[in-house]
Design a binder for this molecule. Structure first.
Ligand code: APR
Ligand code: PHB
Length: 390
């Protein structure tokens, strides 16, 4: 098979790029190792910056988001037994975020791809990039026991943190930066009404907690747990009891509990790979970077990568202008590192770090008290949370 752009991975990054290129008449193929059902079975965060929401609309996949998503004007930070609001719209002349589940967003992208007869090949195993330093790179893969080749102009690795694209960059060229946090997030999804209108991030001596939502009838909750915690040790009842202990009394008393429809433990890490280009191979989304979910930046960083990369590819094909592709890595990394900083800062602020002792807790308390004593500090948090400019 021959195409202009070969994309590895049918997550949000790969599907969004595929759709944006196709809308400009640029042929592309997406190779995904899992099934569509598997991809759509992933439960992930759903706080969208304006840039991501606009990109979805431009991709022709924003209709259901606009109909079913929720516009949120702020978030709550709970500490000292009460909630404290960061009111984005007040601090930033009306700026907001869109709350819309990533699973639904991915479903919308799949439907948009299908409506254009986009080529998304599932069950593509052993995908491997070749000749990425030449003008005729290609991918090989196997499917149903047969070997296949996709000859292309560019290979875009949208294959996530555990993909193959990043490892195609020679070790003497690739630099990685990583911080692994000494805890995980135990998440629970339930068909119960959210405990509050907006998200609540809770700083508590027993550990961090987060109250989020997918709709007015489906809620998503998280609690900080030990790095080696086992899911089997957490019954639904134990989860609900612990969550209530980490919330202000007036919030906990209003919590509607119910059976989990999904429950999982995710590790937290910060990770960046540099550069995000090598020859005709580009990294985008989780393939190039990971943020702790505290700042809700994972999906939104994938969006800015895809914005920059699609601009560069379209300019290449429409006018032979190579500047966008040549500047992609530096341009993407400049925004990635600012989001890494913010996600790291929120994680350090809101989680328990026993190794930092009583001094560390006093610093966190001082940071929180300063934050809510200063409009400048609140404005800084607000502009990072709603998303820095592209
Ligand atoms: N061959 C083919 N497909 C692969 C391979 C491979 N070797 N390795 C991984 N994949 C697929 C995965 O099955 C997955 O569907 O690539 C896709 C990568 O998707 P994501 O991990 O969702 O990454 P991305 O599209 O960049 O989306 C970033 O996802 O993890 C969250 O927080 C993150 O919200 C952010 C978003
Ligand atoms: C979620 O809804 O899953 C969610 C929201 C905000 C975060 C992380 C996760 O910071």
């Amino acid at each position: 098979m021959r195409t202009s752009v070969a994309i590895i991975g049918a997550g949000p990054s790969g599907l969004l790029l595929s759709q944006l290129l196709h809308l400009q008449g640029i042929g592309n193929v997406v190779l995904e190792r899992r099934s569509q059902d598997y991809v759509l079975g992933r439960i992930r965060a759903g706080v969208l910056e304006t840039g991501m929401a606009d990109l979805l609309r431009r991709a022709g996949a924003g209709k259901r988001m606009d109909a079913e998503g929720e516009i949120h004007e702020g978030i709550e930070i709970a500490f000292g037994g009460s909630c404290h609001r960061i009111h984005f719209a007040d601090l930033l002349d009306g700026k907001t975020v869109m709350v819309y589940g990533q699973t639904e967003l991915t479903r919308d992208l799949y439907e948009a791809r299908a409506a254009m007869d986009g080529i998304v090949i599932h069950g593509a195993e052993d995908v491997a990039p070749h000749d990425i330093k030449t003008d005729t790179p290609y991918l090989t893969y196997t499917k149903d026991g047969r070997n296949h080749r996709v000859v292309c102009d560019f290979i875009i690795a949208c294959d996530g943190f555990h993909g193959v694209g990043r490892s195609a960059i020679p070790p003497d060229i690739l630099k990685t930066f990583e911080r692994v946090y000494p805890f995980g997030w135990l998440g629970l999804l339930s068909d119960t009404p959210p405990v509050a209108d907006e998200l609540i991030y809770s700083y508590h001596e027993r550990g961090f907690a987060l109250c989020s939502l997918r709709s007015r009838t489906r809620s998503r909750y998280y609690i900080q747990v030990g790095q080696d915690e086992s899911l089997e040790a957490w019954s639904d009842d134990r989860f609900w009891d612990e969550l209530k202990r980490r919330l202000p009394q007036d919030i906990a008393s209003g919590l509607v509990t119910g059976p989990s429809i999904e429950k999982s433990i995710a590790p937290l890490r910060s990770f960046v790979a540099e550069p995000m280009r090598h020859g005709r191979l580009f990294l985008a989304g989780d393939a190039g970077h990971i943020v702790p979910p505290t700042g809700a930046k994972g999906l939104n960083l994938a969006a800015s990568d895809i914005q920059y990369l699609s601009e560069g590819l379209i300019a290449h094909y429409k006018s032979g202008d190579e500047s966008g592709l040549n500047q992609y890595s530096d341009r993407a990394l400049a925004r990635i590192w600012k989001a890494e900083r913010f996600s790291w800062w929120m994680t350090m602020l809101l989680h328990q770090f026993p190794q930092n002792g009583a001094f560390g807790q006093r610093i966190q308390n001082a940071e929180l008290e300063y934050l809510f004593s200063s409009r400048a500090a609140l404005t800084s948090v607000a502009e990072n949370y709603v998303g820095l400019p592209y």
